[in-house]
Structure formats: structure tokens, C-alpha cells
Design a protein around this ligand. Sequence first.
Ligand SMILES: Nc1nc2c(c(=O)[nH]1)N[C@H]1C(S)=C(S)[C@@H](COP(=O)(O)OP(=O)(O)OC[C@H]3O[C@@H](n4cnc5c(N)ncnc54)[C@H](O)[C@@H]3O)O[C@H]1N2
Ligand code: MOO
Length: 389
Amino acid sequence: MIDIKKVQKQILEATPVLGRESVPILDAVRRVLVQDIIVAEDLPASDISAMDGYAVSHTSLRSVSKQNPAYFKIIGESPAGKPCGAIVKEGEAVRIMTGGLVPEGADTVVKVEDTIEEDGYVICSIDPGCGEGIRFKGESLQTGEVVLHAGDVISPLEVGALASLRRAYVYVHRKPLVAILSTGDELSDFHEPPSPSKAMCSNLYALAAQVVEAGAKPLCIGIVQDDLEELQSQLYEALHADVIITSGGTSKGKYDLVHKAFSSLDMKMKFTNIFDKPGKPTVFGTIRKKLVFGLPGNPSATMLSFEQFIRPALLKMMGFQNISNASHNTNDPFSLIDSFNYGQGGNKEHHRAPQIPLGKTLSGNDNKYLKKKKQVCNTMPGCLKIVGR
Ligand SMILES: Nc1nc2c(c(=O)[nH]1)N[C@H]1C(S)=C(S)[C@@H](COP(=O)(O)OP(=O)(O)OC[C@H]3O[C@@H](n4cnc5c(N)ncnc54)[C@H](O)[C@@H]3O)O[C@H]1N2
Ligand code: MOO
């Protein structure tokens, strides 16, 4: 048996980073960019007004004051999206709206609140300073600038930047396809009637949801009976996925066939048992370089093993680099009380303790899950996630 840290390290060492695919920018959210994004055209592409006001040449505004206002003849209008062809000379102004193109000859926009318009003239008694009220060409982004880098994670901010650069598609790391199989003759699915001897194969759905939440693509293969040939053939079919997860059949029972099926497919076994519970009988190896995880059937063990071992691998496949050893936050249903040396043989056992603040000391009466008095609540040690996610 090996400990969680070693297991996590072994898994990440065997995990490849997947190649790239081009996707529409909205499909790139929470995914990792594979290319640098270089600005092809200045942003803004021309000088545009940052204010509703009047575009003038600053030379006409020098030495204006309340006592000595400047008068400008209005020679045209530049609403947003409809440029004005006029050329502004000294003593002239163009009425301009926010986002409107600044006409030739103008270098300053006086905002409307600082002016009075009368009989085709605008009167200005304040000098806002040369260049005020204008967003100049290239002020936000300049041609040739690297605005996003390979390895960046796309969030709405990056989508906005990409859209403003007119990039409809970007290259990101491919999402792993994760085949999920549930093994066990006792399992049934929604379409089957309930029976006392059957258990609903909830793991199939819980695992698929975890795969989705991690950002990968689930492929629910369904229930596979406790039959070696069927298991072998379903696993063989599943090899077109990037990752295979089975649940159940990993233990020592007569009908626990997962080990045999893996061996028959020449699995390169990395480990078969971990030191901690839940999740003790977890199996991991590779078949034709595909990652294969055999998770125990107990639903809480299945989900915890996914969080500890599979989620980090999926994140690595999708190009995330900042995978750290940060623990889960305590609002997570996987928050656990850590009761060291609790199990027989001295292995760690983690008991569920939903939504208890990190570090809080609890008395034995606080929670039905507590078996000892005065245990310090902790999150699952060694659980990997992206920092800041
Ligand atoms: N002799 C020993 N027996 C067991 C050991 C051991 O060391 N020696 N380990 C125990 C531990 S720890 C675990 S965990 C389980 C793991 O068993 P399996 O992986 O073989 O799982 P199953 O026996 O197939 O199922 C266990 C339990 O979970 C239910 N299950 C299975 N699949 C699903 C599913 N898709 N959805 C919902 N529930 C599922 C199943 O009905 C069983 O109740 O072994 C212990 N035994
Ligand atoms: O190790 Mo078992 O996975 O439930 O406790």
C-alpha cells in the first residue's frame, strides 16, 4: 500500500497534456489557451471621442476663461458609427458623441456640460487641456502587442479581449473524453423497476457530474455485469476515450473482476491499493497510454477517489499548470474530519463532516459523525485543486 501523495505524483507523471483544438470563444471559458494572442490592429482603430461634446482644435482654446470665452462655429456632427467628413479649422467645432470618430483637425473634445450652444455656435469658457476627451488610436492595445499568452486560463475578461480583437475562435487544450463504467450484477438504472436486491447505479451519474464539473467530457457507458468477458469487451471499446473510470469490483470478492479484466488488457499497473480510507482499493494504471482508474464501488469512496486522483489528472490534461496541494474549502461536501491512526493497522481514515469551518474544534456531541471527543476539523489532506478556482 502506498500513501496519497505518492499516488497523486505517480498519476500526474503518467498523465499527458492533450493537444489543441480550435473552439468558438464562448466554448473556451475555463479552458487553457494554447497560443499567444497578438494584436493585429490598434485598439481603438482610430481616435474616438470619450465624451459627448464638441471636437475642436486646442489652439482655439488657449487663454479662455469665464470672462474670455471662445466661440466656435458648428460645422457638422459625428455620432458614433457615422463619421463626419468635415475638417476642423481654428474657430470651428464638430458636435460629437461618445464613440464618434474625432474629425481631422480636432485634437480635443470639450464635454457638453462645459459648453453652451447657441444659434449654430458653441461657447467654451473652460480649457480641458490638449487631448482631453479623446481615446487615441492604439491607446488600449497596440499592433504587435501580445495580449494573451499560451497557458492563460480563459475567463469572461479574456473573452471580451478576444472579441474586441475580432477573434471568434481560439486554440485551447482539448477536453479529455472520460468513459465511465459501473460494474456489478446488483446495479440498476433509471429505466429499470426498483427491487430490494438491486441498487441504483448512482456512481455513474455522480462521476459523470464530477467529470463535467472538472471541465472534461463524460461518456457514460453504463452498467457492466459481473462477467469477465463482458467487462473485457466494454473496457476494450472504452479505449477510444482518453481516460477510463470503472466503479465497483475492485475488492476481494469472488465477483470482483476488475483486476482480472485490467490484466487481460495488458494494463501497466501503477498501484493497486492506497493507504488511506475511503478509497483503499483504488487501482490505477495505463492501457495503451490511456489512463485507467478502477475506483471502489462505495459511493463516497468513488467520489473521494475521483477528487483526489482523477480531477488533478484531468486538469493537467487540459493544460492547467497551477495545480497545487491546496485543500478543499470547507463548504465542500467532501470536507472531512481527519482522524489520524484511526483504522486498524494504523492507516488514516477520513470521516465525513459536511460544512464545518476549517480548524474549528468540535465536541463529541456536535456531529453524529464524530466518534471521538475533541477532534480538530480539517479538510481532506492532499486534495488537489487549482489555486483560486
Ligand atoms: N475482504 C475484504 N472486503 C472488502 C475490503 C477488503 O479490504 N477486504 N475492502 C472494503 C472496501 S474499503 C471497499 S471501498 C469495498 C470496495 O468494494 P468494490 O470496489 O469491490 O465494490 P463493490 O463490492 O462492487 O461495491 C461496494 C458497494 O458499493 C455499491 N456500488 C457499487 N457500484 C455502485 C454504483 N455504480 N452506484 C451505487 N452504488 C454502487 C455496491 O452495491 C456495494 O454496496 O470493498 C470492501 N470489502
Ligand atoms: O476504502 Mo473503502 O473505499 O470505502 O473504505
